[in-house]
Design a protein around this ligand. Structure first.
Ligand SMILES: NC(=O)c1ccc[n+]([C@@H]2O[C@H](COP(=O)([O-])OP(=O)(O)OC[C@H]3O[C@@H](n4cnc5c(N)ncnc54)[C@H](OP(=O)(O)O)[C@@H]3O)[C@@H](O)[C@H]2O)c1
Length: 318
């Protein structure tokens, strides 16, 4: 049942004013009217893969999926960190099934090799969460010569989705891209996708690739809709994590009292996978509600630019 009109108006005001909506105040207020929590045990018998699970929001998601009864595959790029996480999750969730997956999401050859092994072992996946993310201080390239944020946020997850598509369960699976509210400040560009021209800014590359994730998720939503697979993107608000402390320390320090917990940052993704709400348009969510993916002054994406962007992603991922 939709929230009453005053609650929806307050919700929209919190969102457009950014600070109250994105901070810990957002879920504290919205929790009063947002849709119900998934029932305990409601994910028993399902299998979810979370990338970037070795820290922050991804780690919180893994715990939340286990608490709902799912089998969780936690994917990290460091074997030791990933195995330490599995041991810790086993301690916190005795009897739960947790599987370590090791893969650098930005290395397309590694994604191909890992996905071949995964699909040999697993034939039914109910949740695929593209959460791995990075905001590098300087431009760097992956083994295949792609700019790092483009590879980790866009190319790797796109390739992974394609390679795992046959394991996604019809009418029961969800795919979620963890984007960022920072993408509101970036339009979709279909030129210079590798950030080769001009002075490199990690913040700009981050925002632009987070915008690309939203566009890509909408395209995957369209492609997988005939199979009843739900694809969305989301943003977590401003969350206290090691990533924020390391990448934007000034922001992290100034905003510390207002930052959300990792559990609050993970909440909407877990809810999207567990409850599979119907979504439309650009399929972008925050705090258990669908949000516009562009603001008033730049409504929608240029369809021709979207097609050129998608063709470039397809070309780069073979
Ligand atoms: N925190 C926020 O306020 C905020 C706001 C908007 C969006 N987000 C998004 O939320 C997601 C999680 O962020 P977070 O704040 O939890 O950050 P975090 O603490 O830095 O965690 C990022 C995770 O991604 C993993 N990762 C990075 N590059 C990878 C790669 N190439 N292959 C595989 N894994 C990789 C990291 O692995 P290691 O442990 O090995 O480093 C880590 O597990 C990101 O996509 C981020 O952009 C966060």
């Amino acid at each position: 049942m939709p929230a009453p009109l005053p609650a929806r108006l307050l919700d929209a005001v919190l969102d457009r004013l950014v600070v109250p909506g994105y901070s810990r105040l957002g879920p504290a207020v919205r929790r009063r009217w947002w849709p119900a929590d998934p029932a305990p045990g409601s994910m028993t018998g399902t299998r979810v893969l979370v990338t970037g699970a070795t820290s922050g929001i991804g780690e919180a998601m893994a715990g939340a999926f286990l608490a709902l009864g799912a089998t969780v595959h936690v994917l990290g790029r460091s074997r030791s960190k990933t195995e330490d996480l599995v041991a810790q999750l086993h301690r916190n969730h005795p009897g739960a099934e947790v599987v370590a997956e090791v893969c650098d999401v930005g290395d397309l050859d590694a994604v191909r090799a890992w996905a071949a092994g995964f699909t040999d072992r697993v034939d039914a996946l109910h949740g695929l969460v593209h959460n791995a993310g990075a905001l590098p201080p300087e431009r760097s390239e992956t083994a295949q010569g792609h700019e790092l944020t483009y590879a980790v946020h866009v190319l790797g997850p796109h390739l992974m989705t394609r390679l795992l598509a046959d394991t996604l369960v019809d009418h029961a699976a969800s795919v979620v891209w963890m984007s960022s509210g920072g993408m509101y400040g970036a339009t979709l560009r279909d030129d210079d996708l590798e950030f080769r021209t001009g002075e490199y800014s990690g913040v700009r590359a981050y925002a632009r690739t987070k915008r690309m994730q939203v566009v890509l998720a909408a395209e995957w939503a369209r492609r997988l809709a005939p199979r009843g697979i739900r694809v969305t993107s989301t943003h977590p608000g401003w969350v206290a994590t090691a990533g924020v402390t390391a990448s934007i320390p000034g922001f992290g320090k100034a905003m510390r009292p207002l930052l959300r917990t990792a559990a609050d940052g993970a909440d909407t993704t877990v809810w999207l996978v567990a409850t599979r709400p119907v979504s439309t348009g650009e399929h972008f969510w925050h705090d258990r509600a669908q949000r516009p993916s562009t603001l008033g002054w730049e409504r929608g994406q240029d369809p021709a630019a979207v097609q050129r962007f998608l063709a470039a992603v397809a070309g780069a991922t073979g």
